[in-house]
Ligand binder design. Structure first.
Ligand SMILES: *Cc1c(COP(=O)(O)O)cnc(C)c1O
Length: 377
C-alpha cells in the first residue's frame, strides 16, 4: 500500500538516522548541559565551516534571528526597512515590533523573490536596510541587491530561513551560500525547514567581528561579561538538545537538497509545458533547495484544485494566501489593493505541493496524475 502522503514527512526522515539522533540526544541528557552545552559550540563550528562564514550565532528561532539582527545594526523607530510582501509574516513582523517601518515591495513573477527595481523605487532618506527573502529555497537577485545597498549605503539582512544550503553564483564566478552575502544572514531550524530540529531553533550569520560580538551579547541579555549588561538584550538561545540534533542533520543537508531536487524534477517532468500549470523557474544565479515546490496556476480554479487534492488525501498548501500589505495588521494608509500587482496575482494562483526528502515514485506518480486529471478536465 502507498505510504500516506504528507506535506513534509519528518518521521520517515528521522527513522533513517534514528540511532545517530537518539545517541546525540542521550549524550546531552547524560551530560545535563542543557543550556550552552558543548553541543551548541560544536554545531556552531560545523555550521561556520559548512557555510564558509566567520561567525554563526545560534538563537531560539528564525524570527528572533531577524529581530536581533535589526537591534544589533542599531535600527531605530522611524527607520524604513524594505522587504517583500510575498513572504511569511515573521519578516515584516519584527520590523514592526521594533517600531521600524516595513516598506513592502513587489517581486519577480518567475522567482517569487524581491524585484530590485521595486526596491530602488522604494528607497527614501529614511531607508536603512533591505531584507531579501530567499523564498521557497532559491536565492534572491543578490548581485543587484548588494549593488543597490552599496550605492545607497544600506544594510542587507538576508532572510535565509527557507534557503539554507542554497548557493548563489556571482558574475565573477564567486559562489556564496544563502545567508552569507549580506551584512547579516538569518535562518530558522523549525522542524519543517530544510535543516529542521525537533523544536524551535535559529541562527544568525556574519563575517563582521564587531557585529558578531554584539549579536552574541544581545542573544544573552546584552552581556559580554556575566551580570554586566552593556546593552539591552533578550534571551534567545538554541538549546543543547536541538544543537545536537542539528549537528547530526547538518551532515545530510546536501543529500536532503538532492532528494528534494529529485522530487522537483519529477514534478517538472509531469507538468512541463502544461498550459494551466507553470512550474518553478530555476534562477540562473542560484541553486534551488526546494523548501517548497510551488506551481502557478493559469485559467484554473486554484481553490478547486486544492479541494480536489484534499479529497484524494493529497495535502497541498497556499504559501501565501494574503500578501502582507493586505493583512489587517499591516494594511494602513500606505497600501491599498492593487499596489503590488505581481504579489497579489500570485497569492491567488500559487499552490505548493508536498515536498520532502522522503517522497517516493509511487507517491509522486499519484500526486502528479491527480493534478493532471483535474487540470485536463
Ligand atoms: C520560517 C520562517 C521565518 C521564521 O522562523 P521561525 O523559526 O519560525 O521563527 C522567517 N522567515 C521566513 C521566510 C520563514 O520561512
Amino acid at each position: 500500500m502507498m505510504k500516506k502522503i504528507q506535506m513534509v514527512d519528518l518521521h520517515s526522515q528521522y527513522l533513517k538516522i534514528k540511532n545517530e539522533i537518539d545517541n546525540a540526544i542521550q549524550q546531552v541528557i547524560d551530560s545535563c548541559a542543557f543550556i550552552n552545552g558543548p553541543a551548541v559550540k560544536d554545531f556552531q563550528k560545523d555550521l561556520e565551516e559548512y557555510l564558509g562564514i566567520k561567525h554563526v550565532i545560534p538563537c531560539a528561532n528564525g524570527t528572533d534571528a531577524l529581530m536581533i539582527s535589526m537591534i544589533a545594526l542599531g535600527l531605530k523607530p522611524g527607520d524604513e526597512v524594505i522587504t517583500a510582501s510575498f513572504t511569511f509574516i515573521a519578516t515584516a513582523e519584527v520590523i514592526a515590533v521594533l517600531g521600524l517601518t516595513p516598506i513592502l515591495v513587489d517581486i519577480n513573477p518567475d522567482t517569487f523573490n524581491l524585484d530590485p527595481e521595486a526596491i530602488e523605487k522604494a528607497i527614501t532618506s529614511r531607508t536603512k536596510a533591505i531584507v531579501p527573502v530567499h523564498l521557497f529555497g532559491q536565492c534572491a537577485d543578490m548581485e543587484r541587491i548588494l549593488d543597490i545597498a552599496k550605492k545607497h549605503n544600506l544594510y542587507v539582512i538576508e532572510d535565509a530561513c527557507q534557503a539554507i544550503g542554497a548557493e548563489y553564483l556571482f558574475e565573477d564566478n564567486m559562489r556564496k551560500k544563502a545567508g552569507t552575502m549580506g551584512d547579516i544572514g538569518c535562518v530558522s531550524f523549525f522542524p519543517s525547514k530544510n535543516l529542521g530540529c525537533y523544536g524551535d531553533g535559529g541562527a544568525i550569520f556574519t563575517n563582521d567581528n564587531q557585529l558578531a560580538e554584539n549579536l552574541r551579547a544581545i542573544v544573552n541579555h546584552g552581556m559580554k561579561v556575566r551580570y554586566y549588561h552593556e546593552m539591552v538584550g533578550v534571551n534567545s538561545r538554541l538549546d543543547s538538545i536541538q544543537a545536537a540534533i542539528l549537528r547530526v542533520k547538518l551532515k545530510y543537508l546536501d543529500d536532503y537538497a538532492r532528494e528534494r531536487n529529485l522530487a522537483a524534477d519529477y514534478y517538472d517532468n509531469a507538468f512541463n509545458n502544461h498550459p494551466k500549470l507553470k512550474t518553478p523557474v530555476r534562477s540562473a544565479n542560484s541553486t534551488h533547495v526546494f523548501h517548497q515546490y510551488t506551481l502557478v496556476t493559469k485559467n484554473l480554479d486554484r481553490n478547486g484544485l486544492l479541494e480536489y487534492l484534499k479529497e484524494k488525501d493529497i495535502p497541498a498548501a497556499i504559501y501565501y494566501p494574503v500578501p502582507l500589505h493586505l493583512q489587517k495588521a499591516y494594511f494602513n494608509q500606505r497600501y491599498k489593493e492593487g499596489d503590488l500587482p505581481v504579489t497579489e496575482e500570485l497569492a491567488k494562483r500559487v499552490i505548493s505541493l508536498p515536498m520532502s526528502t522522503e517522497l517516493d515514485d509511487e507517491q509522486l506518480e499519484y500526486i502528479t496524475s491527480s493534478i493532471l486529471e483535474y487540470a485536463n478536465k
